[in-house]
Design a protein around this ligand. Structure first.
Ligand code: TRP
Length: 329
C-alpha cells in the first residue's frame, strides 16, 4: 500500500481554509493509503520559539481537529514531530547537500518571512523546508495532500529524495503533491487567504451562533446596495464559499446574483445551512473524542507507529551513507 504523509503546524485551531485545502482530502484518502498525519510542533517553533507553551496546547487542539474532521485514529497514525527522533536525524543528513540559495529562493519562505517581520532569518526558519522533507521522507511517503502554498516545499522534498538516491543509492520515493481543486479559501474580510493571524477565519470548532455571526458580517460585492442591484459573484466572498461547500447550487446562485433576483442576506442564510451540514458532524465527533486522556493515547500510539517506520528508513539511510558503524551482522 502506498503511503500518505501530511499535517499541520500547531500554532492555533484549524479553520475552513485548512479543511478545504487539505483535511477534506485526507479524510477521503485514508482508506486507500497508509496515512501518517504529522503535528509539526518543531516547525511551529521555527516561528514561535518564544511561546512553546502555546504550541504544546495546540498539539492537542490540532490533533482533535483532525479526528473531528473524520480521520479514523485506528487506521491513521497521528503523531508529534518532536517525538520522532529519526526526523531530526534525517534533517541533518538532508542539509549536507541542500544549498542555502535553494532555500532563499523558496517563495513560501519569502512570504512568511515578510509576514512575521523576519529581516535576519534564523537558520531553523530558513531551513524548515529541509526539515519538512524529513517529515515526509522518514516514512518514505508517496503522496502529500497539501494546499498550494506548500508546493515549493514539496519541490524541495523531491529534490532532497532524488539527490540522496543519486549520491548514496535508492532509498526514497520521490513523493507527489496533491492539491485539491479549491486549494485556497478567501477570508471573511475578502482577503485572499483565510488565516488565523488575519482574524478572518471560521474555525472547525466554532459553534452555530459564531458561524452565523461571522457569515452575516462577511464582505460581499460592494456594488450591491439594494437587493435588486446586479451582483458580481466572481468578487464575492460568500460566492467563493458556496463553490467550496455548496457546489450543486452554484450555477443557480451565480445567475440569480447577476440578475439581482437573490439578496445577499438570503444567499448568506443559505450558506450557513450548507456550512452546518459540514460542521455539525465535525462538532459531534469532537465532543466524542474530547475527553481526558483520549487524544493523548491516540498521539502516543500514532507516534509509536511513526517511530517504527522511522527506524526502518533510518537503517536504510545509514547503510546507504556508510554510517552504520556498529550494526550487528
Ligand atoms: N508546512 C505545513 C503547513 O504550514 C505543515 C507541515 C509540516 C506539513 N510538515 C509537513 C505538511 C509535511 C505536509 C507535509 O501547513
Amino acid at each position: 500500500m502506498q503511503r500518505i504523509l501530511t499535517g499541520d503546524r500547531p500554532t492555533g485551531p484549524l479553520h475552513l481554509g485548512h479543511y478545504v485545502g487539505s483535511l477534506r482530502n485526507r479524510v477521503k484518502l485514508q482508506n486507500q493509503y497508509e496515512t501518517y498525519i504529522i503535528v509539526a510542533d518543531i516547525q511551529a517553533l521555527t516561528t514561535h520559539w518564544e511561546t512553546p507553551e502555546l504550541i504544546r496546547t495546540n498539539v492537542r487542539e490540532v490533533t482533535l481537529d483532525n479526528i473531528a474532521a473524520g480521520l479514523d485514529p485506528e487506521k491513521v497514525s497521528i503523531f508529534v514531530q518532536s517525538m520522532v527522533p529519526q526526523i531530526a536525524e534525517l534533517t541533518v543528513l538532508f542539509g549536507l547537500y541542500t544549498s542555502v540559495s535553494r532555500l532563499k529562493h523558496n517563495p513560501t519562505i519569502k512570504t512568511e518571512a515578510k509576514q512575521y517581520g523576519f529581516t535576519d532569518m534564523t537558520y531553523g526558519f530558513l531551513g524548515y523546508p529541509v526539515s519538512q522533507a524529513a517529515d515526509i521522507l522518514f516514512c518514505r511517503a508517496n503522496l502529500v495532500p497539501v494546499g498550494e502554498d506548500q508546493l515549493p516545499h514539496v519541490e524541495v522534498t523531491r529534490f532532497v529524495a532524488r539527490r540522496f538516491n543519486e549520491l548514496y543509492g535508492e532509498v526514497f520515493p520521490e513523493p507527489r503533491a496533491m492539491v485539491s481543486e479549491i486549494s485556497r479559501l478567501i477570508g471573511l474580510d475578502g482577503n485572499t487567504k483565510m488565516s488565523k493571524s488575519l482574524g478572518n477565519a471560521i474555525y472547525l470548532k466554532d459553534d452555530p451562533a459564531e458561524i452565523k455571526k461571522k457569515v452575516m458580517s462577511a464582505v460581499t460585492d460592494p456594488a450591491r446596495i439594494h437587493k435588486t442591484d446586479p451582483g458580481h459573484p466572481e468578487i464575492c466572498t460568500i460566492f467563493a464559499y458556496h463553490k467550496a461547500f455548496n457546489s450543486s447550487e452554484v450555477p443557480e446562485i451565480e445567475s440569480s446574483c447577476r440578475k439581482g433576483t437573490i439578496g445577499c442576506v438570503a444567499c448568506k442564510k443559505n450558506l450557513i445551512g450548507r456550512l452546518e451540514e459540514t460542521l455539525a458532524p465535525i462538532r459531534e465527533r469532537r465532543a466524542r473524542f474530547d475527553k481526558p486522556g483520549v487524544v493523548e493515547d491516540i498521539l502516543f500510539e500514532g507516534t509509536k507507529r511513526a517511530i517504527k517506520a522511522g527506524e526502518e528508513t533510518m537503517g536504510m539511510a545509514r547503510e546507504a551513507m556508510h554510517t552504520d558503524y556498529w550494526k550487528e551482522s
